[in-house]
Design a protein around this ligand. Structure first.
Ligand SMILES: Cc1cc2nc3c(=O)[nH]c(=O)nc-3n(C[C@H](O)[C@H](O)[C@H](O)COP(=O)(O)OP(=O)(O)OC[C@H]3O[C@@H](n4cnc5c(N)ncnc54)[C@H](O)[C@@H]3O)c2cc1C
Length: 419
């Protein structure tokens, strides 16, 4: 074979796809028993549970280049949110695509008049320039940026903190303001969606046609004059070129250098109920400090995710709380009790999932210290979101670029981050 790709996450699968389409013989080695890395789903008692709560921004440039969106059978998620204030909610969001939020935008107590004007101005400013240009130039924490624009503390705590906390998996708005503007632009530029049958459909589509060996953990890389020996749990392989597209910790072990830039963890509780406690289908935000950051009745939008007559609620808790699963479940139910009262007793706990490495922290100017695709091992390239930004766009564009280096494709190699 010409190239061995290590890791069948979105980065590795994208690299393999591009190389295969260019006529290279490629083999992907994946340690797990399914493709997708962090973008995967599983079945539990007839429910389809995604790994955590993640969504696809159809406007991501790499997504548009690499995925056949029509074949993914996508369902749009409303570009809006319900701020849960006890038993009632206030709706905020994009009025062009979710007109149901218009009364809330006009009257919500969570928004001052100045906030409404600032929103309009912010949206106009990010929409006016090519998205990738939002990632360059001076940077600052998102909270500082929003305060500098004049947004009130109320809207920061009630909307921006939980909403973007759900995206960057940190609620403190300490993430790069440049990245915040890029994601806002992606939110505004196209549908936010989920494959009807689970996020795994994204990974499976990318993997289709590629030679992927599952349950094959790569243990060691030994470059030599003619290429690289790849020692795996299934035996030894050889290739002239290797792309390491694993998570940063594994990449660091294989390359013998520090790749990681820290970690952001998140935890998910999945509940079923035979009678939906709520008709709300939008993302629900918790404006209070507590365990729950956001929650969604996913089966209200994607009925296929639950058996007939059942509803599926996914709750996001940021971090990795120092509680047992049972203690966490009890504490989350106590918070849901504020929303649903005694109805909470009808919830059945399907699973508690802790994702210890969900993303890496992206403070202001984080990109300046990210690793590149070159490594100190001859014939070995690095891919993975760690070379770009922590998300689907970052993972896929890293795979495109690693493949472009193998192919000598200057146009793709020199493409701007986020373009
Ligand atoms: C809960 C959660 C929510 C998220 N929400 C969003 C979102 O809404 N939007 C968004 O854009 N992004 C989101 N992300 C981020 C996105 O999922 C990741 O950025 C992306 O999937 C990373 O892809 P990757 O290929 O770089 O790495 P990974 O997905 O980590 O893939 C690495 C692969 O390498 C394999 N591997 C590791 N070591 C070895 C080895 N030694 N040998 C062989 N294989 C190995 C692993 O098993 C894995 O399959 C979210 C992530 C999580 C976890």
């Amino acid at each position: 074979m010409d190239v061995i790709v290590i890791g069948a996450g979105l980065a590795g699968l994208t690299a393999a796809r591009v190389l295969r389409q260019a006529g290279k013989r490629v083999r992907v080695l994946e340690a797990a028993e399914q493709v997708g890395g962090r973008v995967r789903s599983r079945e539990v008692g007839g429910f389809t549970l995604d790994a955590g709560y993640q969504v696809l921004f159809e406007a991501y440039p790499a997504v548009k280049r690499q995925l056949d969106l029509a074949a993914l059978d996508l369902v749009s998620i409303p570009p809006s949110a319900a701020i849960r204030l006890g038993e009632r909610s206030e709706l905020l969001g994009d009025p062009r695509r979710d007109p149901g939020v218009i009364p809330g935008l006009l009257s919500a107590g969570s928004l001052t008049l100045k906030d409404r004007l600032m929103f309009a101005r912010l949206v106009a400013s990010v929409a006016a320039v090519p998205p990738h240009t939002l990632l360059t130039g001076p940077d600052e924490p998102t909270r500082v940026f929003l305060k500098r624009l004049g947004f009130s503390d109320l809207i920061l705590e009630r909307f921006f903190a939980p909403f973007f906390g759900g995206i960057f998996l940190k609620r403190d708005l300490s993430t790069s303001a440049r990245l915040f503007r890029y994601y806002l632009r992606m939110l505004l530029s196209g549908p936010i969606s989920l494959p009807r049958r689970g996020v795994s459909a994204i990974s499976e589509q990318l993997a289709a046609g590629s030679d992927v060996t599952l349950n094959a953990r790569v243990l060691k890389l030994s470059p030599h004059g003619r290429g690289v020996s790849v020692i795996t749990s299934l035996g030894e392989l050889e290739a002239p070129q290797v792309i390491v597209a694993t998570d940063p910790a594994s990449a660091g072990q294989l390359l013998g250098e520090e790749i990681g830039r820290g970690k952001v963890s998140s935890t998910y509780l999945y509940y079923s109920s035979s009678s939906a406690l709520d008709a709300e289908y939008r993302l629900m935000l918790n404006p209070r400090e507590g365990l729950i950051n956001n929650a969604q009745w996913l089966s209200h939008l994607l009925s296929e995710r639950a058996p007939a007559g059942q509803a599926l609620l996914t709750v996001t808790v940021l971090g990795d709380p120092d509680l047992t699963d049972t203690e966490l479940d009890t504490a989350v139910r106590a918070e849901l009790n504020v929303w649903y009262g005694a109805g909470v007793e009808q919830l059945n706990t399907l699973a508690v999932e802790r994702i210890l490495y969900a993303q890496y922290p992206q403070p202001p100017d984080y990109a300046a210290s990210l690793p590149g695709h070159a490594t100190h091992l001859p014939g070995v390239l690095l891919a993975g979101e760690i070379t770009s930004m922590s998300g689907i766009q970052g993972a896929m564009e890293s795979g495109e670029k690693a493949a472009a280096i193998v192919l000598g494709d200057l146009a793709v190699m020199s493409r701007a981050r986020g373009a």
